[in-house]
Design a protein around this ligand. Sequence first.
Ligand SMILES: [Mn+2]
Length: 365
Amino acid sequence: MTMQASAPNASNEDPASMWTSTTDAKSIAAWIAQQETLVLLTHTKPDGDALGSTLALARAINTSRGTTGAVSAAECWYAAPMPEWGAKMAIPTKFRLIDPPQPAPAVLDPDGIIITDTGSWSQLAPFADFLKPRLDRTTIIDHHLQGNSEISSRRLLDTKAAAVVQPVAEICCHVLGVQSPDQLPVDIATPLYVGLATDTGWFKHSNVDGRVMRLAGQLLDAGVDHNALFAMLYQRDRAPRLKLMARALDSLDLIKDKNAAIMTLTLEDFKATKAAPGDSGGFVDIPQSIESIRVVALLNEQHDAEGTFTKISLRSKEGEWNSKPAVDVNQVCQSLGGGGHARAAGARVRASLEETKQMLIEALP
Ligand SMILES: [Mn+2]
């Protein structure tokens, strides 16, 4: 799931400039059929939904044309870092890994570009120079509430979808001319399932609904190996991640009548535990096991060329608590320059860990 989002579009009268859908799955499949070569892009630091949606669609396109390997009609470009299991999952689909700030390669001039799981410039920075002269041949498939509509006038925005693989599954069916996802080849059903499973926290989050489970069931009928994917995604922890988890839990601060929890991780925590930047993924879900907790924040201290900044990840629980409504973390993060979904959002704040924590405490309801 992608957390960073640019500021929402102000209420603009021109529908073309609003963050709304302008096309549907069938029309996108028809557009794809007209493009000889395609590049699939997604947000930097691709997660399961980003990888799953691009790989499934690239495979559907290549399968429909009988192209593979070096002569693939469709290939995926990713901006590092990838999850540890990402490259293994991508094989044998043709993909390139770009290591920002290294720009996207100008070696290829595809006829069509498809962006999935984001529509925000802030998440597409490594691809911006490549994209800007080619916006007229770009299509966006996304499920986020905000984005930059000027990136493409062809947008399929399914903001009710838990994962972008849901609309992508429908497009894959149209591309391959099959009636429903249970008829998809297993090498396409599998990345779709990975996207669905990871964006719902292995079917635990409040975004799980009948539609999610129906697609999950159809993908299992297509032959997806549920146990193998669980082992790949959730049973591969390295010891440094558990040591980092101990530090995150040790930092747990319960505030606002124990309705909110804030955890902090410093650069020193990562260094001392030998943990990698992605190793804190999922920690923000853990304190939700406390009954009174309605909202959880994980603050990661980070460093770049401009100095120190703090990355905020926020999650909130569905439903009322003591007759108070669920916390809209998208709104909280927007007030801090970020955004995302109502139950999961994030922001980057150019301030120290302590300063950011104070700003967040003030921003929380
Ligand atoms: Mn997603």
